[in-house]
Design a protein around this ligand. Structure first.
Ligand code: SF4
Length: 218
């Protein structure tokens, strides 16, 4: 078996940025809190725990000190609440993810019905949904799911930063039939796009994604 390693192997820009922010803060503080897993990598999470990061699932678990916002982003109202509580907030939301939240908000302010392509259970999508809370929003993961979106006047589309371009294109192709105006923002991050392009250039029969050593051991 030939194994193809993409040129951009290893941590992406957003993950490196989040880790650097935490490491810098640990030079100043012995203990800091992370609202959810900072990144999706069990080994790194265990290492951060040893170094003084306490992972919490709710802001109510943090009474004082520093709270770090995960790379996938969170509900923006949580950041506001943390600051109101007097906590120091370090926002490690990846700038590509923050951009999806900003665009979704912009579209909702312009009265577009929001369609988010991605997984509704993913923390990034939960954060994007929260950034347009109270607005009519649909999350779809494939072309079949767009059937439940009613025909509409104005539709604004964003996509999870890690989505496959092929799946996104297929969904958009079908979505345009469901509205008079369809404004599409391709918010797949550059790193992911480059990795997908590299993989396509190779003659590959099977793709195994190894995101951590735990994955390898299973
Ligand atoms: S959006 Fe891209 S650069 Fe940012 S954390 Fe996700 S994969 Fe990494």
């Amino acid at each position: 078996m030939q194994v193809f390693l993409p040129p951009e192997i290893g941590f992406c820009f957003g993950v490196k940025r989040a880790l650097n922010l935490v490491i810098d803060e640990l030079k100043r503080e012995e203990k800091i809190y992370s609202l959810g897993d900072l990144i999706h990598n069990p080994q790194v999470i265990e290492d951060l725990k040893r170094k003084g990061v306490v992972f919490v699932s709710s802001l109510s678990q943090v009474k004082k000190g520093t709270v770090i916002i995960r790379s996938h982003g969170v509900d923006p109202s949580l950041i506001r609440k943390a600051r109101e509580k007097g906590l120091k907030v370090i926002d490690a939301t990846c700038p590509y993810v923050a951009k999806v939240q900003r665009i979704a908000k912009f579209l909702s302010q312009k009265s577009y019905r929001i369609v988010i392509v991605g997984l509704s259970t993913h923390p990034e999508i939960k954060g994007v949904m929260a950034s347009v809370a109270g607005k009519k929003t649909y999350v779809v993961k494939d072309a079949q799911e767009i059937e439940r979106i009613p025909f509409t006047g104005k539709m604004g589309v964003v996509v999870q930063t890690t989505e496959s371009l092929d799946n996104f294109s297929n969904i958009v192709k079908n979505l345009v039939k469901r509205g008079k105006e369809c404004r599409v923002f391709n918010t797949i991050c550059k790193v992911i796009r480059r990795r997908q392009e590299e993989t396509k250039l190779q003659e590959i029969d099977q793709v195994d994604l190894l995101s951590s050593l735990l994955t390898l051991q299973r």
